[in-house]
Design a binder for this molecule. Structure first.
Ligand code: HEM
Length: 127
């Protein structure tokens, strides 16, 4: 088993997420989850969703080793003033795990992506 997970983690995360098409699917499903979550949807009331979608796809693509360049502003800047809570953050992570599981992304790849997102916590929450 440990041999399997080592092999998986050596593959490019970007490919394991299904490349750009897979990442687009993840983000689109995540947007539906956000829309249906009354705990967090209010944060996005004034957000240009088409722009947010494009930037999140770019960011996940670049972060996972794909050929994209993130063109948005810093995580700290974009989340300041929203007073996002730890519970909000946990909810978003839960939604992300759900949509990745639905798209048959391996647990190893999911954990790898979450490990790359976790350090952003301090820039996103309570700002
Ligand atoms: C590690 C976790 C997160 C990542 C990677 C992330 C990523 C992003 C990105 C790429 C943008 C666009 C930045 C730009 O406009 O230039 C953004 C904006 C935004 N994020 Fe996050 N985000 C995270 C967590 C959260 C959480 C937990 C919430 C609230 C539940 C949230 C709410 C928002 C909102 C409301 C905006 C839009 C701001 C605006 O309309 O100007 N984010 N996020």
């Amino acid at each position: 088993l440990s041999g399997c997970s080592q092999t998986a983690s050596k593959d490019h995360l970007y490919q394991q997420l299904g490349s750009t098409v897979g990442i687009e699917k993840i983000v689109d499903a995540l947007l539906v989850e956000i829309e249906n979550d009354p705990q967090i949807v209010h944060h996005f009331r004034d957000t240009d969703i088409a722009r947010f979608r494009k930037l999140l796809i770019e960011q996940l693509c670049e972060l996972s080793g794909g050929p994209c360049k993130y063109t948005g502003v810093s995580m700290q800047e974009s989340h300041t003033g929203f007073k996002i809570t730890q519970a909000d953050f946990d909810n978003l992570v839960r939604h992300l795990m759900k949509v990745m599981t639905e798209q048959n992304i391996s647990i190893a790849a999911q954990n790898q992506l979450l490990g790359l997102l976790a350090p952003m916590y301090g820039d996103v929450v309570y700002r």
